[in-house]
Ligand binder design. Structure first.
Ligand SMILES: [Zn+2]
Length: 276
């Protein structure tokens, strides 16, 4: 009998238009749906008895503090997803620091909790932006979950470790929890969530998570609230691939998520990191 492994359940908490490579200066005018969708997600988690880490975008915390309060009150971990959802490797270290500090301050003011975890927008900690880990450490972040050990047009450090590890940074070390991949015939398959969760059949996710857990490793699962909101507005995106992946199979996601929560054990990321 294999000992059941606890995996990390994570939500990148942003509104549907904030994760589309549209600069923050152009966000005005889009319909905000994060509060009702966030509440649906909280209800779903409550019914499943699941708790998660919510990596919350600073701009969401600023505009809708009430939903951050509700997430924290439901016992989920509050962590940061930065402030403006800008690719870190396009920012200067100074701007990144300013935005990260602001997002931490907003979340700490609302919840009264210390913010320990960070996930980069678009997993944009790459070889070009490893300096961001030094800034995180300096601002009190204890763990990061942004490095995707694959190659993608927007992100990835292909040869990075696949399981949680300590990464040396200025002033000490940081826990890094890479986005989970499944090795099959020598290839790294991204099975951890998001678009991959919607594009691959659910059976593949389940097989991969089982195989990973059977090897004794916890997996990380991630999702965005808009992925359970198939009714959100459809807009044309500059990159066709982004349009396809953003809107693909949204109607099935909620059902799949419920199934995943029945099939595997989950906890917030910091709890899994510390009980490992
Ligand atoms: Zn995001």
């Amino acid at each position: 009998m294999i000992q059941p492994i606890t995996n990390a359940l994570t939500i990148d908490f942003e509104d549907w238009y904030q994760g589309l490579e549209i600069p923050m200066s152009e966000w005005k005018g889009f319909e905000d749906r994060i509060v009702p969708v966030g509440r649906r997600l909280l209800k779903l988690f409550a019914e499943a008895g699941a708790r998660a880490t919510f990596f919350i975008l600073g701009k969401v915390a600023q505009d809708h503090p009430e939903i951050v309060e509700e997430i924290a009150a439901a016992g989920h971990e509050i962590a940061t997803h930065g402030y403006s959802h800008t690719l870190i490797y396009t920012q200067t270290p100074e701007v990144f620091r300013e935005e990260l500090a602001l997002s931490i301050r907003l979340l700490e003011d609302i919840t009264g909790h210390t913010i320990r975890g960070h996930r980069a927008p678009f997993f944009s900690v790459t070889k070009q932006s490893l300096w961001a880990l030094d800034v995180m450490k300096d601002l009190g972040i204890e763990y990061d979950s942004s490095i995707f050990p694959v190659r993608n047009y927007r992100y990835g450090i292909e040869d990075a470790p696949r399981w949680p590890y300590r990464i040396p940074v200025q002033g000490g070390e940081l826990d890094e929890w890479p986005i989970t991949t499944w090795k099959l015939h020598g290839k790294s398959i991204p099975v951890a969530g998001g678009a991959y969760f919607r594009i691959f059949p659910y059976a593949l996710t389940r097989t991969a998570f089982r195989a990973i857990n059977a090897e004794g490793h916890p997996a990380v699962f991630y999702l965005h609230p808009w992925e359970i909101d198939p009714g959100h507005p459809r807009i044309q995106l500059p990159r066709r691939v982004a349009t396809i992946t953003h809107y693909f199979n949204l109607a099935s996601t909620e059902g799949r998520l419920k199934q995943l929560l029945r099939d595997f054990r989950f906890a917030p990321m910091h709890e899994v990191l510390h009980v490992r």
